[in-house]
Design a protein around this ligand. Structure first.
Ligand code: ADE
Length: 241
């Protein structure tokens, strides 16, 4: 997958070139093309913004440099603008995007875009109901969530399957050595070596965490008969405590 990012701050993108994603770049499992749309201005001062028609405080990002930067790309794929007014990004979106050959993100900074910039986007996406200084951090979050789902990026191929949201539930609790720490023991079943029981326990605990912390996720969850029984047990157990 090749990801293009149109930004005024390409230097901000080092986190994506570190750790697992950085190794993926080195191994050519994905490519990151950072494009500074200031390079596509035609005036001597390289302005990318201007004052708003109708007056008012602040500046507005102009359409021309962004349009030209987009036109310079060979393969744009889906064009995404990150903005608080977009639809909320989630794991499902990341899963869909992880199958794309190309993606192009357009990041604003400080100010809003000229409204006509939105016409160049296939999707407008937000990472939550709060406002950041620019689209760079949201873009990095979305790229991280997407690229880590590309096969071969994470060391253990199975890890994105069990994690939170992957199957509509939060992830079950995990433990590692020591088996007992300050009186707190690892659940016995996990050291039993019985893989079927472990799988059952994990599914039930995933249901329990979701029921306790994000019950809204269960509204759209398709329960198997076994899981329906598990949830009934969980409700009884939790009501008792
Ligand atoms: N730009 C500024 N705030 C944002 C948000 N919450 N999501 C996406 N892009 C943004």
């Amino acid at each position: 997958m090749k990801i293009n990012v149109l930004t005024l701050f390409p230097d901000m993108f080092t986190p994506l070139q570190t750790s697992m994603l950085g190794r993926g770049l080195e191994d050519n499992k994905w490519q990151l093309n950072l494009v500074n749309f200031r390079d596509f201005t035609s005036d001597v001062h390289h302005h990318v913004d201007d004052s708003p028609y109708g007056g008012g405080a602040g500046m507005v990002l102009q359409i021309m440099p962004i349009k030209k930067a987009l036109a310079s790309l060979k393969n744009k794929g889906k064009v995404i603008i990150t903005a608080p007014q977009g639809k909320i990004f989630n794991q499902k979106v990341a899963q869909n995007w992880s199958h794309e050959e190309n993606l192009t993100f357009i990041c604003g900074h400080y100010e809003g875009f000229d409204q006509r910039v939105y016409d160049m986007a296939d999707e407008v996406v937000s990472i939550g109901d709060y406002v950041l200084t620019g689209g760079e951090l949201p873009t990095m979050s979305m790229i991280d969530a997407t690229v880590r789902l590309i096969p071969g990026i994470l060391g253990n191929a199975a890890s994105p399957v069990d994690e939170s949201f992957a199957q509509g539930l939060l992830e079950y609790p995990q433990y590692t050595r020591p088996e007992e720490f300050e009186g707190m023991k690892v659940p016995e079943v996990l050291v039993s070596g019985n893989h079927q029981k472990i799988a059952e326990w994990r599914r039930k605990e995933a249901l329990r965490v979701t029921y306790l912390k994000r019950p809204d996720l269960l509204q759209n969850y398709e329960f198997t008969d076994r899981e329906k029984k598990m949830l009934a047990e969980i409700k009884q157990e939790e009501d008792r405590t």
